[in-house]
Ligand binder design. Sequence first.
Ligand code: ADP
Ligand code: MG
Length: 245
Amino acid sequence: MRALSLETIGAGKVFGNFRALDDVSMRVRAGTVHALLGENGAGKSTLVKGIVGYGPLDEGSVLVGGKEQSIQSPRDSHSLGIGMVYQHFTVAPGLSVAENLVLSRGELPWAIDWKQERAALDAFMARMPFKLDIERAVSSLAAGEKQKLEILKQLYLDRRFIILDEPTSVLTPQEAEEVLGLMQQLAHAGELSVLMITHKFGEVMRFADDVTVLRRGQLVGSKSVADTDEAELSAWMMGESREQS
Ligand code: ADP
Ligand code: MG
């Protein structure tokens, strides 16, 4: 299986004298979609930025494919096959889909053998479970198609663990279905693992296999989605389960 497992053990992060993450341990199984839930400010983005190396963790360790790794910068995580898709698009609008994909590899444009790249791209697209015309200008794509391109880019770069920070906030419900359905399909085919930050319970219940809930920088718990429901997850997020009794 190409998909990577990823585990944090005792992850911690401090900004000045504010503790944003405190002893967070969670495990994303290879070939699954794992949802990360929590109210605003719970520490979700801080945790995934730590994993990607955009803001390295201060404490704890990260195991990728069962091996402890030191991730100090995005370059470290990228070389391990970990990539992140943001809420806002990073594709270049003036270029075609094909150009975006090829240039995302960071080679110099004049050094690229476009004929050879084109053959590799066609073979790559033929493996994908959906169609996207690679000749189209990115400026002509709908939001859902741009998000698909972001995901295609991650796959073209050979990423095997993809983190999505609220990927559907700019999409229509139908586009969100398509993008999350694609992620789920690729994960279950063993191509990649997905860690997805979301606020939407419906998306968790439909598309995630497991879910982890954070509250005020701390782990509340992780569960198989099959063994929980919206009421329990919402109580976990808000802290009712503990503070009521
Ligand atoms: P979430 O993504 O769950 O909404 P964040 O991880 O973005 O939460 O933030 C967690 C907490 O850490 C918040 O209180 C936020 O204000 C704080 N925080 C995040 N980044 C920084 C930073 N660079 N400097 C200071 N505080 C930060
Ligand atoms: Mg966030």
